[in-house]
Design a protein around this ligand. Structure first.
Ligand code: ADP
Ligand code: MG
Length: 151
């Protein structure tokens, strides 16, 4: 496990960028935290850190936003509005969790039973100023990524 203080939005983006350098393809990351905790902000740092130069919009309405980046595909999920995990089956999401992509999942609780277990769990909590991040590995792949993480 690893904990860090994120004093402002830039720090959240910087942690995302550091993760971009540490994660290998085939990694599943669950992003936990209340609305506004910074899950999408962190995802933006990570996706842009992997070479995306455009915007990173919240996939709240589309449920998933794909990014084809140099060297790796990223699927950014936001399952906040998902009513039934079965919906994920209809979307064919099982095909998304391949070796060649990184999956970032906001509100993974909503997809319980269908989503794969995470390699890494990242929980963001409000602090009076800024945010507190807790990174917990759940697999060897997640543990290796945390060892490489330089932040
Ligand atoms: P979520 O996806 O978890 O609902 P967002 O990333 O969409 O949250 O929004 C987070 C909000 O909090 C944004 O307004 C962002 O500027 C702000 N924010 C992100 N990280 C921090 C931080 N470390 N300290 C203070 N504010 C932050
Ligand atoms: Mg979000």
């Amino acid at each position: 496990m690893r904990e860090c203080e994120l004093k402002d939005e830039e720090a959240t983006v910087a942690l995302g960028q550091a993760l971009a350098r540490a994660l290998e393809s085939g990694t599943v990351v669950h992003l936990l935290g209340d609305l506004g905790a910074g899950k999408t902000t962190l995802s933006r740092g990570l996706i842009q850190g992997l070479g995306h130069s455009g915007r990173v919009k919240s996939p709240t309405y589309t449920l998933v936003e794909p990014y084809e980046l140099p060297g790796v595909k990223v699927y950014h999920f936001d399952l906040y509005r998902l009513c039934d995990p079965e919906e994920l089956e209809f979307m064919g999401v099982r095909d998304y969790f391949g070796k060649d992509c990184i999956c970032l999942i906001e509100w993974p609780q909503k997809g319980e039973g269908i989503l794969p277990e995470p390699d890494l769990e990242l929980a963001l909590q409000y602090r009076p100023e800024g945010r507190h991040a807790v990174l917990t590995p759940h697999t060897d792949k997640g543990a290796e990524a945390l060892k490489r993480l330089s932040f």
